[in-house]
Design a protein around this ligand. Sequence first.
Ligand SMILES: [Zn+2]
Length: 348
Amino acid sequence: MKRCTKCILPETTPNIIYDSEGVCNFCRDYKSVALSNDAALKELFEKHPGRDYDVVLGLSGGRDSSYALYVLTQIYKKRVLAVHYKSPLSHEQGTKNAIKMAEAFNTKLVIITDKDDLHTKCFSNNVKAYYKKPSIAMVSMMCIACKVKWIDIFNLAKQHKVRLIVAGSNPYEDTSFKLAFQGIKEGSKHLYLKRLMRGISEIIKNPRYINKDTFMTTLRSYIYLDSKSPMLKLIYPGIRKIDLFYYIDWDENVVVDTIAKYGWEKPDEVKSSWRFDCLVGKMKDYIYYSSYGFTEKDDFYSKLIRENKLSREEAMRRIESENEEVANVDGLDQCLSVCGLKVADLKK
Ligand SMILES: [Zn+2]
């Protein structure tokens, strides 16, 4: 497969054009991620003082949120309430890491779980709906149940009178191709409205996504889509939600080396330490890979190359071994069995 000679984006990437030197338009038009800074973060802390804690942190037990806990408690000396969502579809190593990190950094940890099997029902319904009438724009519907867990996190913040909520996502994993699959240009105006309109039109074409179990979750998942969602400010005017790594530098080696010192581990059976903690991510990557020959990692690593945070050689080496793992249906079936599903059945 042809790939960009600067990053690793393959020819199957939506809207990709290579120039005479084989460099893609995403590299040519790339604007470095506009990060805020340490001073802005300190100002946020000052402007949003909390009563019982300074900050509520969503702690998945993945590498970035674990490192975020280190940064908040050890560097900024903040009183953190960590909240871990133990989903029926998450890897147990995520929960183990969350417990270990909370202990290491002397932090109060609240573990929340799936209520009324809502998560399993939503994922199971939406993965089946996808396979009945596949539309690549709707792959993200498999993630709706995780988005609504932020409601619990916001409620905990309100209960403890905390005004700052921190998420550990980093700016480079904000994949571009998902918007392209929805027919939306990156950075375009009225982004949230466009995503809503596209979602509605897709649901009209395939109403299987909506039933009594998924309706409210679908609606709420839109509100809690990400930290920039405009609805959050309206519903929680006194609370601010931020992504920590838009304020401080994120470096993969620093992240992994730091948390490893405190006992953080990735499961032995996976090759990458990035996003091992969720089956839904695996399912999505499986669909992207089997349909287009790439996964979220091709996009993520390409951004890291453009930011001089990863060499192209290293990215290629990783992709070759990690994408092979994505194609392994046996591993996926093991996880899908939580919902009584198998990849082979879905394709029927
Ligand atoms: Zn490129």
